[in-house]
Write a protein that binds this ligand. Structure first.
Ligand SMILES: [Zn+2]
Length: 424
C-alpha cells in the first residue's frame, strides 16, 4: 500500500483513541482565568508525547507575573527529529479553555462521548485540535513512514488571555522561531475545509475622563465625567462607526461582518464604586474600554490618531473635563501569503481527503499566530483544525468525531509532504 493510504488507514483505525484522547483532555479543567490545572494537562500531553517517541521538555513561564504557585504556567514541547533538523513543522495548540459559563445540559468537564460527538468545554476550542495533531503524528509513525525532517508539537498556556506566558514565551526563548522552524500549524477550530491565514489587528484602550466632584444636591458646582462620557459614546457611534464601516479589507476575514474595521465598548465604569452604601456626589471620573479591530490596510498610527481625535472633539468646549487614553494592547494584523508551500500543501490535502476545495479565511479576532509571526519571525503559519468556530466558548460545546478524524488525516498527510519522507 502506498504510504498515503497507510497513513489514512492508521488515523481511521485510531478513531476511538482520538475521541478518547479529546475527552481525556477535556476532563482536565484548564480554566483561564485563572489558569487552573495547566501543569496537570501539560504533563498528560508530555507523557503521551514521550510514549510516541518525542523528546519532551517542559517550559514554565519563570519570571512572568501570572506564573504563580497557585496557578503555574507550564508549557510542553515535544520534538521528534527525523533524519535532519530541517525542514521542521511545528504543531502548536493552546491547552487553556475559557470558563464554562451558564446554560450547559452536560457536565462541561465530563468528556462525554455521545452520538459521534465529544462534548465539553474545550472539545472544539481546542483540545480536539490538539488531540487530532497528536494522533496525526502518531499515525505517520504507525504507518511505518520515516520522515526526512523534524516534527515538533507544543501545548501552550494562556492563549485565551493573550498567550504571553505561552506561545509568545516559546518564541522569545528560541523554541518557536525561524531559526529552527519552517512551518507552523495551529489546530484552532476553523472547520475541516478552511485554512486561516491570519487575523485583524487589535487596539485596546482605556479612555478616562476626569471632572470635578461636588455635592450631588448641587450638581452645578461640579463637572460630571459620566455626562461627558455620554458625548464620547455618541461620537464613537455617530462619527467613528460609519467611517469604520466604509473600510473593507481584501483579507478573507470571516464572518462577513468582520471584513470591515470595527470597535466595541467592552466596559464602562464611573462615579463611585458600586456599593450598597452610597453618598451623593457628582461623578468626577468615568472610563470606558474600547476594543478597536483594525485591518491590514489601515496604518496603526492613523488608527491611534483617529480615536484620539474623536475623543478630544467630543469633549471640546466642556470646561473642567480632562482626559487620557491608556493603551492596553496593540496587536498588528498578520497574514501568511497564499502562495507559500504550507498553504498549498494543506489546500491540496484538504481537497484530496474531503473532495471539496479548501477555503482561505482570516480570523476576526487574534490567536497565537501573532507571536509566531512577530516574535518568532516565522512566515509560514496557519490555523487549521477540527470543530465549528461558532461553537467555541458556547455552552454544550462539542466536536464531531468525523471532523476529528478528517482533520487528523489532513494534518498527517500535510506534515508528511512538507517535511519529506526518508523511507516508507
Ligand atoms: Zn482557541
Amino acid at each position: 500500500m502506498p504510504h498515503r493510504e497507510r497513513i489514512l488507514a492508521q488515523v481511521e483505525a485510531a478513531r476511538d483513541e482520538l475521541a478518547a484522547l479529546t475527552a481525556a483532555l477535556v476532563r482536565i479543567p484548564t480554566v483561564n482565568p485563572p489558569g487552573e490545572a495547566y501543569d496537570v494537562c501539560a504533563t498528560a500531553i508530555g507523557d503521551w508525547l514521550a510514549a510516541a517517541g518525542f523528546d519532551v521538555a517542559y517550559v514554565p513561564a519563570d519570571g512572568r507575573p501570572e506564573h504563580t504557585a497557585a496557578c503555574p504556567r507550564v508549557n510542553v514541547v515535544g520534538r521528534r527529529p527525523g533524519r535532519s533538523a530541517r525542514p521542521c513543522l511545528h504543531l502548536n495548540g493552546h491547552l487553556d479553555v475559557v470558563p464554562p459559563g451558564d446554560g450547559w445540559t452536560v457536565d462541561p468537564f465530563g468528556g462525554l462521548v455521545r452520538d459521534g460527538r465529544v462534548y465539553g468545554r474545550g472539545a472544539c476550542d481546542m483540545k480536539g485540535g490538539l488531540a487530532a495533531a497528536m494522533i496525526a503524528v502518531e499515525a505517520v509513525r504507525r504507518a511505518g513512514v520515516e520522515l526526512a525532517g523534524t516534527i515538533e508539537l507544543s501545548a501552550t498556556v494562556d492563549e485565551e488571555s493573550g498567550g504571553w506566558a505561552g506561545a509568545a514565551l516559546l518564541a522569545a526563548r528560541g523554541l518557536l522561531t525561524s531559526k529552527t522552524v519552517d512551518f507552523v500549524i495551529i489546530p484552532e477550530p476553523l472547520g475541516v475545509d478552511r485554512i486561516c491565514v491570519g487575523h485583524r489587528g487589535v487596539y485596546w484602550t482605556r479612555i478616562s475622563l476626569h471632572g470635578r466632584v461636588a455635592h450631588g444636591s448641587m450638581p452645578f458646582l461640579g463637572v460630571s465625567a459620566v455626562e461627558a462620557m455620554g458625548s464620547v459614546l455618541e461620537a464613537l457611534r455617530k462619527d467613528l462607526a460609519p467611517r469604520l464601516a466604509s473600510r473593507r479589507t481584501s483579507v478573507p476575514v470571516v464572518p462577513e461582518g468582520a471584513r470591515q474595521a470595527t470597535f466595541n465598548v467592552n466596559a464602562i465604569s464611573g462615579g463611585q464604586v458600586d456599593h450598597p452604601v452610597q453618598t451623593p456626589c457628582v461623578a468626577d471620573r468615568c472610563s470606558i474600554i474600547v476594543d478597536r479591530r483594525f485591518l491590514l490596510e489601515e496604518n496603526f498610527d492613523r488608527v491611534r490618531e483617529e480615536l484620539a481625535s474623536v475623543v478630544s472633539q467630543a469633549i471640546e468646549g466642556r470646561d473642567g473635563i480632562r482626559h487620557r487614553i491608556d493603551e492596553l494592547l496593540v496587536v498588528e494584523p498578520v497574514r501568511t501569503p497564499e502562495d507559500v508551500p504550507l498553504v498549498k500543501a494543506l489546500a491540496a490535502q484538504i481537497e484530496g481527503v474531503t473532495a471539496r476545495p479548501a477555503t482561505l479565511v482570516a480570523s476576526p479576532g487574534t490567536y497565537d499566530h501573532k507571536h509566531v509571526a512577530r516574535i518568532g519571525g516565522i512566515e509560514q503559519c496557519v490555523a487549521y483544525g477540527p470543530g465549528i468556530l461558532e461553537l467555541a466558548h458556547q455552552p454544550d460545546e462539542w466536536c464531531g468525531i468525523d471532523d476529528l478524524v478528517t482533520a487528523s488525516q489532513i494534518m498527517a498527510l500535510t506534515l508528511t509532504e512538507l517535511v519529506g519522507v526518508a523511507r516508507s
